[in-house]
Ligand binder design. Structure first.
Ligand code: HEC
Length: 379
């Protein structure tokens, strides 16, 4: 009996040493109610450290910039985030280290400035699944607030986005986003302040999903080449949290399964026929999202849904135009049509998108947990 026990303990140890041991609380940012939402008052609220990883699912149409992404060191970034709010406003203070301050010169397309964005799903709460982390998707629009260091210009924008490349700029009264470089500590300090409730977005809730992105101009970061966080959750201490929503978003944290078995299951189920991940590189790049770093910016429940219900979040690729079908006839302008093989969805005449990924509904609960545990290790 004694022997069995110790063996069991040992196997648990082995599993936990390589499984995603993240705790849901690591993704919770405690916000504090304050009378005045100012940068100063936010400085006195304890901050949360968050890690951002390279967005790698979708590649830019720029070999040079993509090469820099491969070379970028360190591959992840850390930021300190504090959130304060009152009945009227919410403020977020974001600090991150950057040894090289990059400000985009006024007239150039080859140099890029540092930047930061904060993103909220337009809808969230009970019964609403999580949005695609890369600027939302058709069924889950997101509100994105962007700040960039641009010479001679106060570059701040608010967008509603439904995926890469589908942005609608909106003007929001009472929204401001500042960004200043602290030479002593070699860090950027960004401060966003906005109404807690607008016609487009209501943040007055106990648990609000939020995600962050940082661009490093020095590494030619722009557009989708950036580091991003997964969905974090702002917990407003004085507001109510829906228990069903909390249960939903906190699914899959901790040791949920066996990542080694998860990898085997992915190979057995042919995931590597479309996706590239770890040493599985036989699928052509661009045929489906590259999963090599998916664990760094995806929540467990999102990964689970991607597998069983691929039509809920349908990802639009960034640059399908780079793939031409050279065996087809050229059009009247002498250009080849796009190669549909690299479009990740089928669009019907009503504009509905259907993923080219089949739903994997035959997998058992444990199979799903093992696969998600494996995907979480890919960073
Ligand atoms: C026939 C090709 C194909 C197969 C096989 C396939 N996928 Fe996919 N997968 C896609 C496409 C295309 C997308 C992007 C469109 C979408 O959002 O569904 C996608 C999206 C995903 C995403 C979301 C990626 C992101 O960046 O957020 C995950 C996770 C995923 N697949 C996992 C899997 C797993 C696990 C398997 C095997 C059990 C699998 N896929 C099998 C084509 C495929």
């Amino acid at each position: 009996m004694k022997k069995t026990l110790s063996l069991l303990a040992l196997s648990t140890l082995i599993i936990s040493s390589n499984a995603g041991t993240d705790n849901f609380n690591d993704d919770v940012i405690e916000a504090k109610q304050i009378s005045n939402v100012t940068e100063e008052s936010l400085n006195s609220i304890p901050s949360k450290k968050i890690t951002l990883y390279q967005q790698y699912s979708v590649h830019l149409n720029d070999a040079n910039a993509n090469k820099k992404v491969e070379e970028q060191k360190p591959v992840e970034a850390e930021a300190e985030v504090s959130v304060g709010y009152n009945q009227k406003e919410i403020g977020i203070l974001i600090k991150w280290k950057d040894d090289t301050k990059s400000v985009q010169p006024a007239m150039t397309t080859t140099k890029f400035g540092d930047g930061v964005s904060v993103q909220f799903p337009v809808k969230y709460g009970k019964g609403t699944t999580l949005a695609y982390i890369g600027m939302g998707d058709t069924k889950h629009p997101v509100m994105t607030y962007l700040k960039k260091a641009v010479e001679g210009r106060d570059y701040q924008k608010a967008f509603i986005a439904e995926g890469f490349g589908s942005l609608t700029e909106i003007s929001e009264k009472g929204f401001s986003f500042t960004m200043k470089y602290d030479d002593t500590n070699k860090q950027w300090i960004a401060f966003i302040k906005k109404p807690i409730k607008t016609a487009d977005l209501n943040l007055a809730s106990g648990l609000v999903p939020v995600s962050f992105a940082i661009w490093d101009g020095d590494s030619l970061n722009r557009d989708g080449n950036k580091v991003i966080s997964n969905w974090k959750f702002i917990k407003m201490d004085k507001m109510k949290t829906d228990p069903a929503y909390l249960k939903y978003v906190s699914w899959g944290y901790g040791d949920i399964g066996n990542p080694e078995r998860g990898k085997e299951l992915m190979i057995q189920n042919g995931c590597n026929g479309c996706h590239r991940f770890a040493d599985q590189t036989s699928a052509p790049e661009g045929l489906a999202p590259n999963l090599s770093k998916i664990g760094g910016y995806s929540n467990p429940v999102y990964l689970r849904e991607s597998i069983v219900n691929p039509n809920d979040v349908v990802i639009r690729n960034l640059n399908i135009n780079r793939h031409y079908n050279k065996s087809a006839e050229k059009d009247k302008n002498g250009a080849y049509p796009n190669n549909d093989m690299y479009t990740w969805y089928i669009k019907d005449n009503k504009g509905n998108l259907t993923s080219k990924m089949p739903p994997y509904t035959h997998l058992s609960e444990q199979d799903l947990k093992d696969i998600v545990a494996y995907l979480k290790t890919l960073k």
